[in-house]
Ligand binder design. Structure first.
Ligand SMILES: [Zn+2]
Length: 301
């Protein structure tokens, strides 16, 4: 009787251990904001690799060997989608992704599939530049979107690592509480920004600006993904003259030359926003990303 009991107890340990004690869920995140969110919801139960950092332009990346290695061990691929990573993610998935992380499987979360996208295009042709037909993919700078994606991510982790579902649920609840308090604080802070006007480099800020009630009056890019030209910059200069434009918004990876030119001609300051987690020294997690973004915008005249 006693022996049988010990055997049964031993079996219990054997069955429970592979998923709970040893194997962490390997998360392959395409962008720093999703890596940060995976860390929030996954805690100690996940190993997160971010394919890019804040100083890289995610539109353009090479499928280099270190990314193939990270993809090879991935249990969950967590990216933006909406064609943002179209130049490199499909190659990584094809060459190194297992069957359980391919598109539209449980191990694939494309964050932009779950939020309401801005700028969805009815018709796209090559003359429009490097546009995203499924809508603007730069969804991470609206706090409501982060909350939605956090819940989707937790749902997937429940399925992939059922043994730890309670822990993921607790992490999700903690995150949601923290996020709700921060969102409340931002709501008060953002009031003073409403109605301001800015110039952007690329249309990276659509969700942020909509959330804040700020208007983008011009882009330095003549068309999405195309570098600024002299004739286009002349147009931008004409557009901003006579308008009270507060700032030229530039992401960490964007070239400052055209913005500098416009600053000299029109006296509008350049404001470099972090864009994602790690975009500057003060934006080291999702909450400080928004804190720092708001404080930089508020410092603009
Ligand atoms: Zn873009």
């Amino acid at each position: 009787m006693r022996i049988l009991f010990l055997i049964m107890a031993g079996l219990g340990v054997l069955i429970a251990s592979p998923s709970s004690a040893f194997a962490k869920v390997n998360v392959f995140a395409c962008e720093a904001e999703w890596a940060a969110l995976a860390q929030e919801i996954g805690g100690d139960l996940v190993d997160v690799t971010s394919a890019t950092n804040a100083r890289q332009d995610v539109h353009h990346l090479r499928a280099k060997p270190s990314l193939l290695a990270a993809m090879r061990k991935a249990d969950l691929v967590f990216c933006t989608g909406a064609s943002l990573e179209v130049g490199w993610l499909p190659i990584l998935l094809k060459k190194a992704g297992g069957p359980d992380v391919q598109m539209e499987t449980v191990g694939s979360v494309m964050a932009s599939d779950y939020v309401e996208k801005l700028e969805i295009m009815q018709k796209v042709d090559r003359s429009m530049g490097h546009v995203h037909p499924e809508g603007n993919p730069h969804i991470q700078l609206d706090p409501a979107n982060i909350k939605i994606v956090a819940e989707v991510l937790a749902d997937r982790l429940f399925i992939i690592d059922q043994a730890n579902a309670a822990a993921y649920n607790q992490n999700l609840e903690n995150f949601k509480q923290k996020w709700a308090a921060a969102t409340q604080r931002w709501k008060a802070e953002k009031a003073s920004l409403k109605g301001k006007k800015v110039v952007v480099y690329h249309n990276s800020w659509a969700y942020l600006l909509k959330w804040l009630g700020i208007k983008a009056v011009a882009s330095l890019e003549p068309k999405p993904g195309l570098p600024p030209t002299a004739s286009h910059l002349d147009e931008v200069l004409k557009t901003v003259q006579g308008q009270n434009v507060s700032a030229i918004l530039v992401a960490p990876f964007e070239n400052e030359d055209a913005a500098q030119w416009l600053t000299e001609k029109a006296g509008i300051p350049i404001v470099r926003l972090p864009f994602t987690v790690g975009g500057n020294d003060n934006a080291d997690d999702l909450i400080s990303l928004f804190d720092n973004t708001l404080s930089r915008l508020k410092d603009a005249p």
